[in-house]
Ligand binder design. Structure first.
Ligand SMILES: [Zn+2]
Length: 1006
């Protein structure tokens, strides 16, 4: 085959021994030789003591007698006890199946088939310059003369005189609104340096109050100034509405290089014509600066946000699967880029030039095709890899661990059965749900049943494994009480195909087991739990079964039992706003760090469902999920009645998500620039390979690019994201997303092609990473400085000359400041002792995995008036700006940000409205803890519930509906999401922030 004696490198050339690089990382020392040899004298029985007599208990204890190295027998002691009679059934049945032999296949790097044929030239797909949108310059208006319409383009208006009267200062008393709840003490906004102060602004500093600009002249002491008209500053809701009006309902074709797609909030259909859909890849700008100097000058980050498994709309075509046969996908010899629309066929189709590295490759014989008179292959439209931006390749054995086809993935449900979870009814809730949930496991399109195998573990201080092999008469339980070195006491029977179980068993063992689990532990007093051994058990189970998969862990307390990964309470609010605040976000190292690596190496994704009643060190506990493509769900003070449905919705969504396992991603670029930084729920073992134990349809990886060399306006810039993964059916695939961008020597082109929603995604993730290592104060400072710098650069280089007092913003970035301001008010970044450390850590980790839609919505929640909508219309009512000023006393508003959802009711809500929605005579009758609306048969009720249910269905997380009345205490929770106002926990109002940024810009320009 190899005509040139070409020795291929692995697909991801930097494979390293150890893990992840598919060299030595997989299949090393599979099951430890000690496992599976059970025998010896029975140990103390450690199983629970109640039940229905259907279950066998087996206690497996590892002895540490130094014999292990000499003798591989008798290292585990097993007691098989019948539940009711304590009948010993030593080491029979499942106990005797040894684990699979240790890795018997030599580690081999992936190999690439050599090229084998000659061809002729061909033109790449036609790429055009993007359509230019007209330059727009919304400006600040002076307090005395607000412009009639800020959305009018190109009319500079004078801004507030920054050295003159102070910006409308915050009122001195709390939030300036009567609230039964406590004001937020100690919260800090940022401080503005006084006039003439040069250098970095000194915010946030002490002595501030929420949202204050203490440094502004008179800002603290002076009386509030006449307010600027809030309608005069750029509005996100307006931008969203305009784009929806312009591009909503249209078909977006991806055949134009550097084309800026519609906003994430706009409803449009994508037709792939050679570039990846914006659902898969979005960029901070679609026109890269040609040189590193220009990039440095404008400080606009060059980044892509890649969501490899993004859900498509129903009317969009799913990805085609391409099979290049046993030699695997065709790739460039030099840079390893996969066959794509950017390969230019030459020499009559016998050769092709790589668009990424310019290497000329021979076309394999089987792939040869003639070119037409335009130089295009005549099979252009028949081959997805030549004409589309996104498609999949069937991966050959070279792309599989140990050169063996993978097994289908497995899901293991691991339930904390300690006292709290039993008492709250959580365990029963989970077990009941699993019975139906397991019948709906995801399956490959076109397949009847799911190939996913499932297993069950319960745990507190010890772990209980369940054998539900269908040949058994009853489920068996095995207890592992030595958690120091975790192992799985059974292989055969632990992971099963549930579809068969549920439908074919006369008395399904699985249902029987799920019925029994809550009863078995009903009398437990055990409140201590382990955590690391639980994940280790999952990894070991996958290792033994030679598969990847996901662990669903339902856990409620900090793991304090004596075991690896035991944690101590290290929460310390005194660290907030100090240099050491970062330690609150840093995970404990050691065993947790190693665990993440082990999980990634095995393709073991960890999803955590947490039910805390107090601090549990989420920074550490969520470390493994955040490196394995997992999700963390948190239900504070969980109660089945009020939170049960919310949790179950999340669980159902999570289990059914489309997902790929054991994934490794590489982003290749054309010459001149390259990917340098990666942000996401990922693991990086080297500088280029993004490893994810799993990646689901909601996870996005943000990739930053840097220049290596100058880019050419003519050829533009190309990127190819290749994701190698295992499908839920156990097939190895390569998912390819290609995107071409423009390059320009004009900064105005870059600013025109910016996408604010993507920019803020990048800034959110980079800031959330930075707070691990830097004081929050610095991070916020950098955010503001960079914002000011970008806008100043635009002003200096792209805007027509105008008075310095005018704030001129690039049209594509005109609402960027409101997002940045909102970002600084998020829990992780705000630096408030009012917020729980766990909540902050949780949100920080969540942001790291978010796509553009999610950060957009998180930072600018949707506030929708529902009291005056047209109930006969299909359309959703238009949202209003996120500010208290938009609320009305007689109104009803829905607010959601993808994580929280509120129905807010004005104190003067008319009785007929309350009657229609709640079937109550007045607002005063409303109970505080309602979390769902009653199903009433009137048009308003039906419409409101349909809107709420639609949003819950649409978002990655299901949200719990919270109903708040104006001026009630819980309204505080709601008000923190009104991001245009001053932050409850600190942070400026949008208006004040914009004035501050303007001031910074003016300093930069002088
Ligand atoms: Zn190449």
């Amino acid at each position: 085959m190899s005509q040139q004696g070409y020795v291929a490198a692995p697909p991801y050339s930097q494979a390293q021994p150890g893990m992840g690089g598919y060299q030595g990382g997989f299949g090393t020392g599979l099951a430890q030789p000690l496992h599976g040899h059970y025998g010896g004298p029975p140990q103390a029985f450690t199983a629970p003591t109640t039940g229905k007599g259907l279950l066998l208990f087996i206690s497996v204890v590892r002895m540490r007698q130094g014999l292990e190295q000499l003798q591989q027998v008798c290292t585990h002691q097993i007691v098989l006890l019948h539940f009711t009679s304590y009948r010993n059934c030593l080491a029979s049945g499942p106990m005797q199946s040894p684990p699979l032999p240790a890795s018997s296949v030599a580690q081999q790097p992936f190999q690439t088939p050599p090229p084998s044929a000659m061809g002729q030239p061909q033109m790449p797909p036609v790429l055009q310059s993007p359509h230019m949108s007209p330059h727009m310059s919304p400006q600040m208006s002076p307090p005395q003369s607000p412009p009639a319409n800020m959305q009018m383009a190109g009319q500079p208006m004078s801004g507030p005189p920054m050295s003159g009267p102070p910006i409308a200062g915050p009122p001195m008393t709390g939030m300036g609104r009567p609230f039964p709840g406590p004001p937020a003490p100690g919260a800090r906004g940022f401080q503005q340096p006084g006039p003439g102060v040069v250098g970095p602004p000194g915010y946030p500093q002490q002595a501030g109050m929420p949202g204050a600009f203490p440094g502004a002249p008179g800002g603290l002491a002076g009386p509030p100034q006449k307010k600027l008209d809030p309608d005069s500053i750029p509005s996100i809701t307006q931008v969203i509405e305009d784009d929806q009006g312009k591009q909503g309902g249209t078909v977006y074709k991806t055949n134009v290089r550097g084309q800026v797609p519609p906003l994430v909030t706009t409803d449009f259909t994508v037709q792939d014509q050679g570039n990846a859909s914006p659902r898969f890849i979005r960029c901070t700008t679609y026109s890269l600066p040609c040189t590193a100097d220009l990039a440095k000058q404008c400080q606009v980050p060059l980044a892509s946000i890649i969501k490899p498994f993004a859900s498509l709309q129903k009317n969009e075509t799913p990805l085609y699967v391409v099979n290049h046969g046993e030699t695997g996908p065709i790739r460039c010899n030099r840079c390893k880029a996969y066959m794509c629309p950017y390969m230019q066929f030459i020499d009559g189709g016998r050769r092709y030039q790589c668009g990424f590295c310019n290497c000329v490759n021979e076309v394999p014989v089987f792939y040869f095709q003639h070119l037409d008179h335009m130089g295009q292959r005549v099979d252009f439209y028949e081959r997805p890899e030549l004409s589309l931006g996104s498609y999949e390749f069937v991966a050959t054995l070279d792309y599989c661990k140990n050169n063996k086809p993978p097994n289908p993935p497995a899901y293991i449900f691991m339930i904390d059965v300690s006292y709290n979870n039993i008492k709250s009814g959580l365990v029963k809730l989970i077990c009941d749900e699993l019975k139906t949930l397991l019948e709906n496991l995801p399956s490959e399109e076109g397949m009847e049943s799911s190939a996913i195998k499932v297993g069950f573990v319960t745990y507190n201080k010890v772990l209980h494994f369940y054998n539900v092999k269908s040949a058994l008469a009853q489920p068996q339980m095995m207890v592992v009480s030595d958690t120091a070195e975790m192992f799985v006491p059974l292989l055969d029977g632990f992971l099963n195909n549930v579809t068969c179980q549920l439908s074919h068993d006369p008395v399904p063992l699985l249902s029987s087991l799920l019925d029994q689990i809550p009863d078995m532990f009903a009398d437990t007093n055990e409140s201590e739990t382990v955590f690391v051994p639980v994940i280790q058990a999952g990894v070991e189970a996958f290792k033994a079964a030679e598969c990847s998969g996901k662990l669903f862990i339902f856990h409620s307390s900090m793991p304090t039992a004596e075991a690896p990964g035991k944690l101590k309470n290290r929460d310390d609010k005194k660290l907030v706003n100090t240099e050491k605040e970062k330690t609150l976000f840093q995970p404990q190292k050691g065993v947790y760090e190693q665990l993440s690596k082990d999980c990634v190496a095995q393709g073991c994704c960890v999803d955590l469902f947490l039910f805390p009643s107090q601090y549990m060190d989420i920074a550490t506990m969520a470390d493994v999920p955040s490196h394995t493509g997992g999700s963390v769900y948190k239900y504070n003070n969980f109660q089945v009645e009020t939170d049960g449905e919310h949790f179950l919705r999340d669980l159902r969504k999570d289990v059914r998500k489309s997902i790929g396992f054991d994934a490794i991603m590489r982003v290749r670029t054309s010459t001149g620039f390259r990917a340098t930084e990666f942000f996401g729920a990922i693991h990086m073992n080297n500088t280029t390979d993004v490893e994810m134990a799993a990646v689901d349809c909601d996870k996005a990886i943000t990739v930053e690019f840097k220049h290596d060399d100058a880019l050419s306006e003519e050829t533009g810039a190309l990127m190819q994201c290749a994701l190698l993964y295992t499908t839920i059916n156990g097939q190895r695939r390569l998912r390819i997303h290609n995107l071409s961008l423009n390059c320009s020597l004009q900064l105005s082109e870059l600013f025109k092609s910016c996408e604010t929603d993507s920019l803020i995604n990048f800034f959110s993730k980079s800031a959330c990473r930075a707070i691990l290592n830097q004081p929050l104060k610095n991070v916020r400072e950098i955010l503001v400085n960079q914002t000011a710098h970008m806008l100043a650069c635009y002003r200096k280089n792209c805007a027509s000359p105008s008075a310095a007092s005018q704030l001129i913003l690039p049209d594509a970035m005109k609402v960027f400041p409101v997002y940045v301001n909102s970002l600084m008010k998020t829990a992780p970044l705000v630096g408030s002792t009012e917020l729980s450390t766990d909540d902050r850590a949780h949100q920080r980790l969540a942001i790291m995995g978010m796509g553009v839609e999610d950060t957009q919505l998180l930072l600018y929640p949707r506030l929708t008036p529902l009291h005056n909508m047209d109930v006969s219309s299909e359309a959703l009512p238009a949202p209003v700006r996120c500010s208290e000023e938009r609320l009305t006393d007689s109104g009803m508003f829905l607010l959601e940000n993808g994580h929280s959802m509120f129905l807010w009711l004005g104190q003067a809500s008319p009785p007929d409205l309350i009657q229609s929605i709640f079937n109550l005579p007045s607002l005063a009758h409303l109970q505080g803890n309602m979390c769902a609306l009653p199903e009433l048969d009137n048009p308003l009720s039906i419409k409101v519930r349909s809107i709420i249910n639609g949003l819950i269905e649409k978002r990655p997380n299901s949200m719990k509906l919270q109903i708040v009345r104006q001026k009630d205490k819980p309204e505080m929770l709601f008000r923190q999401f009104l991001v245009e106002d001053k932050g409850l926990h600190g942070g400026a109002s949008y208006m004040d922030f914009l004035c501050y940024v303007h001031r910074e810009i003016r300093q930069l320009l002088t």
